[in-house]
Design a binder for this molecule. Structure first.
Ligand SMILES: Nc1nc2c(ncn2[C@@H]2O[C@H](COP(=O)(O)OP(=O)(O)OP(=O)(O)O)[C@@H](O)[C@H]2O)c(=O)[nH]1
Ligand SMILES: [Mg+2]
Length: 309
């Protein structure tokens, strides 16, 4: 519970607006920019992003409190329609789980595009909740004239509460989005402290940041079924000593991660370390290993042991 410093004295009643708070799910097919949007809304990176599809694997809560309103956003994995491995079933379960108890849904698509995979996600959204259509990557749309008929066609797909074309990478667009969303938050007490950013631990954020560098620095040959686990974590005053393993499915993948003369693994480690030091505002000693566990992404047991809910 948040300490209630700013609630009005009885004589002020009616002057200070009542507190609002709500749970807002961010859903859409892979790679439409959900996590980029979450980070922009929170004002700090709490969810990793990459040009590869299927970057996000967990539900990640990001919190932003502005005046009397606390926005609790939940980033979700891009909903899978193609593959059916245990990992993908797990990701889809996560999306379903989040949709159960939200106040509002942000359905993210790429502006000007609506495919079968988008339609599949739309069909999962609860009928009885307001859904805001976010048409992201507006900066990448060169024929603006075609957007109006596209938006009109979107109106026929569902009774959307709002239509918001934007770019998650433009600060002014994100500010505008807060104004649009605020009226949808129910009047109720906040769930988090005023300065909370996420419900995730330092350990989780560290493993995710390493995975982000892995995803960003390796080519498309490395299948998305690689993951990162933290093996050891020691705090020595300001210094964090972290030992982590990158888990891949095959020996050949191990070589891809390590690179010629170990160069790539070094770069993954050094970029991850720099970002972790910035995030934790303290020194980090990071040791990285690469291990082969064939079939981990297809085994429910392995998934659980690697932290998949
Ligand atoms: N041009 C442009 N690119 C964007 C924008 N938002 C996100 N991107 C890019 O789109 C790619 C995917 O972004 P993510 O935020 O990882 O997408 P996601 O929907 O979370 O993807 P998954 O977690 O894999 O489902 C990245 O390369 C982003 O930089 C935008 O507004 N404009
Ligand atoms: Mg994501």
């Amino acid at each position: 519970m948040t300490e209630d410093k700013s609630s009005p004295a009885p004589s002020d009643a009616g002057v200070t607006p009542a507190r609002r708070s709500g749970l807002i799910a961010i859903v859409g097919r892979p790679n439409v920019g959900k996590s980029t949007l979450l980070n922009a809304l929170v004002g700090q990176k709490v969810s990793i992003t990459s040009a590869k599809a299927q970057t996000t694997r967990h539900r990640i809560t990001g919190v932003r409190t502005l005046d009397e309103a606390q926005f609790v956003f939940v980033d979700t994995p891009g909903f899978q329609t193609k593959h059916n491995a245990a990992l993908n079933r797990n990701l889809n379960r996560t999306v379903h789980g989040v949709l159960g108890d939200v106040d509002l849904v942000l359905f993210v698509v790429e502006a000007g595009r609506f495919g079968l995979d988008d339609a599949k996600v739309l069909s999962l959204l609860p009928e009885d909740r307001p859904v805001v259509l976010i048409a992201n990557k507006l900066d990448a749309v060169h024929r603006r004239a075609e957007l109006a008929p596209w938006l009109k066609s979107m109106q026929e797909r569902r009774n959307f509460a709002e239509f918001v074309p934007l770019s998650a990478k433009k600060a002014a667009d994100v500010t505008r989005l807060f104004k649009i969303l605020k009226p949808y938050l129910p009047e109720q007490e906040w769930f988090y402290e005023e300065d909370a950013l996420t419900d995730r631990s330092e350990k989780f954020l560290a493993s995710e940041l390493i995975r982000e560098k892995l995803f960003r620095l390796t080519g498309d040959e490395l299948p998305y079924t690689s993951t990162v686990v933290i093996d050891k974590w020691e705090d020595e005053g300001e210094l964090r000593r972290i030992s982590a393993s990158i888990i891949v499915e095959r020996d050949a993948h191990k070589g891809m991660v390590i690179g010629q003369g170990g160069e790539l693994l070094k770069r993954i480690g050094s970029e991850a370390r720099q970002e972790l030091e910035h995030l934790f505002d303290g020194r980090v000693f990071l040791e990285l290993w690469v291990k082969v566990r064939s079939g981990w992404a297809d085994s429910e047991e392995h998934l659980r042991s690697y932290g998949y809910e």
